[in-house]
Design a protein around this ligand. Sequence first.
Ligand SMILES: [Ca+2]
Ligand SMILES: [Ca+2]
Ligand SMILES: [Ca+2]
Ligand SMILES: [Ca+2]
Length: 355
Amino acid sequence: MSKAVVYSIIATATLFFFIVLSLWNLEESKGSLNRRFGYKILERAPIFDPLVTKIERERQQKIDDEKNNINNVVPRTSLGSTTSVSEVAETYLYLTSGGKLNTTLRIIILFPLLDREPKDGFVAFNELGSWINQRALERLDYVTHAELESKDKNGDLSISLREYLPYLSEKDIEKKEMGHGEAGWWIERFDIADSDHSGLLNFTELKDFLHPEDSQNKEMLKWMVRDRIKRMDDHETDGKLNFNEFEDHLYSTYESYVDFETSGGDVPSAKDKFADLDVNKDQLLSPEELLPILPYLYPGEIAYAKYYTCYLMNEGDDNEDKKLSLEEMLNHEFIFYNTVHADGHVESDDDHDEL
Ligand SMILES: [Ca+2]
Ligand SMILES: [Ca+2]
Ligand SMILES: [Ca+2]
Ligand SMILES: [Ca+2]
């Protein structure tokens, strides 16, 4: 072999090596951000597939029923009394003979439901985001319904303070202690959620009361921020944060979420962000001034839906065209079905038939 050929082989190999290395680095930085947040996000994120939600709820319902022993009183179908026959059949259609959910089949079925605007054979960020956001909203409604059902003793579809907190004594209510979780604290939270001042929480008001961080009620959001600030306010000022408090307690949370959301893009410095938020320039941040960064500081279901969308996109978009093809989704079944694959098994209720 001539020297020239050897040199050219070495040069090509070196070039190839650097290309692989740089691709690997790119992958690594994207991956490490995702890994750092992935665990937290997957833990809090909505469930991607409504069928998994249904199976998990049925399973929980069955556990609850067994606890309450009502199985002996009310005969139920194996998938619960509220489930229609066609829904039962639908569930079994997607189970493998081992009782495991056929997630490949599910993704194939769900793909066209996600690919809607435009229907172009790809799932873009907005399409994935609106699907997952819908799952988050459904979960909020479900949890609120469950709470309403269990607490509404007189059946007026509203919750009174007494219904919510039956253990409070007249004396507690009179004293109105304002410490976290004490009577006055609950009463204040209740009154702010009760936006029409009827003394009762209707469905929407109850949802705000239970999930202030997901509320559209600005007063509720401000109450939540005030409450959190109270616990971090170093100098017992007037419920506002100075720069040091902002930097010590809030900035790193804000920074890491923005970093994640923008895939390592530019994050404003603590000084810049403080100045930006401090609208009235009094060198203090009031709860109202903190509202714009609330989803980063205290993410609720809806904020987590967005982070989950970012996570799925980062993980699944192999060719980096900012869209997911069916093939890409199938290549990453695990991230869409982490609760299913975590223990490798979503049980159908048929798995252990005690009757
Ligand atoms: Ca009631
Ligand atoms: Ca009300
Ligand atoms: Ca200010
Ligand atoms: Ca893609």
